[in-house]
Design a protein around this ligand. Structure first.
Ligand SMILES: C[S@@+](CC[C@H](N)C(=O)[O-])C[C@H]1O[C@@H](n2cnc3c(N)ncnc32)[C@H](O)[C@@H]1O
Length: 271
């Protein structure tokens, strides 16, 4: 089979630059090239290029530059769609306030996704049940969901494990606010804090659950190994820990399921 073409730009340099910066560079460079070509065509007495070919050229160029800058393949969808969306939205003469509202709502939900590379994507009741089945039953536990999103898992576990402390920590303001309101409405014992999980001491918890992204796993696993107590349990939905085979792997049914993996933390002496 023919191997997929590799970007010519060295990986070591580019992988230090956050993806959103590379995406922005691709968009701005493609726009500059297209504007330059359009202006030159008029300056040299040409008929000028229409908005649709210009828009298509910008989109294709941005996607190609994004590829050369080693962006993940799914970024191509955003790179291709950005200029056409701007042109269509401008042509529709939408009220400017609508863009501000859309921006604020999206920022409230996706707050630091550009930096953490972890989007909001709630887990399902099938996942909550699978997590509940893996929790130690003999004694009360301290549980934390790092990146608790809309709070569904934490609220469910707080209801089914009334003996235990169940905490969700979330960076994005709107999902955190929704979780806090859900606690008020349901009179739940669940707790939510709006902080970066990197500021938590994971050693304070018997079970740490994560449903994040491949980008977040290596650093979170290092933190878990440094801080979590021997015998405690680290759970990850969907995303494996590179080079660390799990002690537990449960297939969760349903579209939003995937595999729930668990690692029993060992003392450094155990390896
Ligand atoms: C895929 S959602 C998981 C939602 C939730 N755990 C569930 O099971 O429904 C990941 C969440 O992690 C949050 N997140 C990402 N990085 C974070 C960080 N460093 N600290 C706290 N929350 C974070 C994101 O804002 C997002 O809401």
């Amino acid at each position: 089979m023919k191997p997929v073409a590799e970007s010519p730009v060295p990986a070591l340099v580019l992988d230090q630059v956050p993806p959103w910066v590379r995406a922005l560079v691709a968009q701005v460079t493609a726009l500059a090239i297209v504007v330059l070509i359009a202006k030159s065509s008029v300056a040299f007495g040409g008929a000028g290029v229409g908005p649709i070919p210009l828009c298509a050229a910008q989109a294709l160029l941005a996607a190609s530059i994004g590829w050369a800058l080693r962006l993940a393949p799914w970024w191509a969808v955003i790179q291709l769609g950005f200029a056409p969306t701007v042109v269509l939205a401008t042509a529709a003469h939408l009220p400017p306030g609508l863009f501000l509202v859309a921006f604020l709502v999206l920022a409230g939900f996706y707050w630091s996704t550009y930096r953490t590379q972890v989007p909001l994507y709630p887990s399902s009741p099938a996942v909550w049940e699978a997590v509940g089945r893996l929790l130690p039953r003999q004694q009360p536990i301290r549980f934390v969901d790092v990146g608790s999103g809309m709070g569904g898992l934490v609220l469910n576990l707080a209801a089914t494990r009334a003996d235990s402390i169940v905490l969700g920590v979330e960076l994005a303001p709107l999902p955190w606010l929704a979780s806090v309101l859900r606690v008020r409405w349901s009179r739940s014992a669940a707790r939510f804090r709006r902080i970066d999980y990197r500021r938590l001491n994971l050693g304070d918890y018997d079970v740490v659950f994560a449903f994040l992204s491949p980008a977040a796993m290596p650093a979170l696993w290092r933190k878990a190994q440094q801080e979590m107590m021997p015998g405690s349990l680290f759970l990850s939905l969907v995303f494996p820990v590179p080079d660390a085979p799990p002690d537990i792997a449960v297939d969760v049914p349903g579209l939003r399921g995937g595999t729930l993996r668990g690692w029993r933390m060992r003392s450094t002496a155990e390896g």
